[in-house]
Design a protein around this ligand. Structure first.
Ligand SMILES: [Zn+2]
Length: 499
């Protein structure tokens, strides 16, 4: 090696003798590559992380994700950490690595660091460097903040957001922002569209990451070429990552500038994991789309998906959950989609009867003994943006007055959502001849406004003690903006209650 270096310097000297006068920098010694400055898109790092977590939560609902304990995930996490270690901490992201049980070749990384690798990708790689190549390329998209920069471009161009976003583009809130960042969910498909210049840059930066982790950067080009040859098994990946031109030549040109170094790291687990991957039940894109529609993946996915639930669902109107409503957890809908019909139907909930607008459905609530009556677009997971939540609750002690029971429910609601605040005094009310308590509360709606900003929510709580020592809690929920418009419906529903 020392001799090689001497020969190399000798050659540089010779070159310099010829060109020194015109290019003094020809004397420079080749230096190890450094990651470029990723720049500062207007979307903050925190916003990018939040978007990534929201989208990751959606992935767990729409795709079969292997549990973290699986052999494949353990291995991918180890490989991912090795690559992430090449990024200086001040410019790094909270990378996460997950494996999707999908046959086709694909991999994607979300803003802020969550990365998903299809099991088909592990099987298609001939060596660890190829797999590391795809992951380094994805990591480079995160490092360079390409999604956030796309959003910047989209907002500069205005109308582009609608074209990029399609249906998602009509939504405000987080999903609108995701769409503007080139992230869309179809049925079971996450689409991230990068430009050719993003692609060239992700290759360039990915090659540096690979080199620093002792993998031959050319393996990245090897793998992309392989996907192109395979044709049908990686079309999504290829349409998301359009070929910027000759990847191989670009990478070879890039590494020719670097000091000669020995690559070839290959961990012993690769071959065993690749073999094991063949025995994992994997699904086709079509099966995954069907499962997303039927809710299969949301039901089957491992509990570790819950790490995202904080970011994807709230519980503004549930008692006893310590969840906070997150703005954007209910996709923005035009108010016409949640507007109550003037035709009412009788609904028998066994403990009580109530009428409801015919376009508002009866749904099992998040809590036991709880029912939500709401327009479907106004609800997502446990978050209710418009509708009525009805729940049987047990007061903390017997012989409490109506006033005390109502106050206890208010405290419970406030403790489950730190932004929930009582507004005004508890008033007496009579429901179906029974004395109850009535009070209004305010919090932040899970629904962002048209500009994607948080908006206030108004809740009207009515509590009615029952003879059996329990009480019935009815919470009418709407955004502050449309509460008065919905109030006649809420009042009609309350007047119809029969125990
Ligand atoms: Zn790419």
């Amino acid at each position: 090696m020392a001799r090689l270096e001497r020969v190399r310097r000798g050659r540089w000297l010779a070159v310099c003798l010829a060109f020194c006068l015109v290019a003094g920098q020809g004397l420079a010694v080749r230096t190890a590559p450094e990651l470029p400055d990723p720049g500062n898109p207007p979307m903050s790092r925190d916003q990018q992380k939040q978007l990534g977590l929201q989208a990751a939560g959606e992935v767990y609902k729409q795709m079969p994700v292997l549990p973290d304990s699986s052999r494949e995930t353990q291995y991918i996490q180890k490989l991912g950490k090795r690559l992430a270690a090449t990024i200086p901490p001040e410019r790094s992201w909270p990378f996460q690595f997950h494996v999707i049980a999908q046959k086709e070749i694909n991999a994607f990384a979300l803003p802020g660091g969550p990365m998903f690798i299809n099991i088909g990708t592990i099987q298609a790689a001939d060596n660890e460097a190829e797999l590391a190549g795809v992951m380094a390329h994805e990591m480079a998209h995160v490092y360079m903040q390409h999604s956030a920069k796309q959003q910047e471009k989209a907002s500069l161009l205005g109308g582009l957001a609608g074209i990029v976003g399609g249906i998602a583009g009509r939504m405000g809130g987080v999903w609108g922002t995701l769409a503007q960042s080139g992230i869309q969910f179809g049925a079971g498909t996450l689409i991230l569209k990068y430009s050719r210049s993003d692609e060239a840059q992700a290759d360039e930066v990915g090659a540096i990451i690979l080199s620093k982790a002792s993998y031959n950067p050319v393996a990245l080009a090897d793998f992309f070429e392989k996907i192109e040859k395979q044709g049908s098994s990686g079309p999504q990946f290829l349409s998301d990552h359009p070929n910027p031109g000759n990847r191989r030549a670009a990478i070879e040109r890039e590494i020719a500038e670097w000091p000669v170094r020995k690559y070839g790291h290959e961990s012993p687990e690769f071959a065993a994991v690749r073999k094991d991957a063949a025995s994992v039940r994997a699904y086709t894109a079509q099966e995954i789309a069907d499962g997303a529609k039927s809710g299969r993946w949301a039901a089957e996915n491992p509990k570790n998906g819950a790490v995202f639930s904080e970011a994807t669902s709230g519980g503004s109107a549930t008692v006893g959950t310590a969840s906070q409503t997150n703005v954007g957890s209910v996709p923005t809908v035009p108010v016409t989609d949640v507007q109550p019909s003037s035709i009412f139907q009788q609904t028998d909930l066994s403990t009580m009867k109530i009428v409801r607008p015919e376009n508002w459905d009866v749904m099992q609530g998040q809590q036991q003994g709880s029912v939500t009556i709401a327009p479907r677009p106004g609800v997502s997971g446990s978050a209710v943006a418009y509708g009525v939540v009805i729940q049987v609750v047990q007061p903390p002690s017997a012989n409490m007055s109506v006033q005390q029971i109502t106050a206890a429910i208010v405290r419970s609601l406030e403790s489950s959502d730190s932004r929930m605040k009582q507004s005004g005094e508890i008033q007496a009310i009579t429901v179906n001849g029974v004395a109850g308590g009535s009070v209004e509360l305010q919090t932040v709606s899970p629904l962002a406004d048209e500009e994607g900003k948080a908006q206030p929510e108004r809740d009207w709580l009515v509590a009615v003690p029952r003879g059996d020592g329990n009480a019935i809690m009815i919470v009418f929920v709407a955004t502050q903006r449309y509460f008065e418009q919905m109030r006649p419906t809420f009042e009609k529903m309350l007047r119809s209650v029969q125990f």
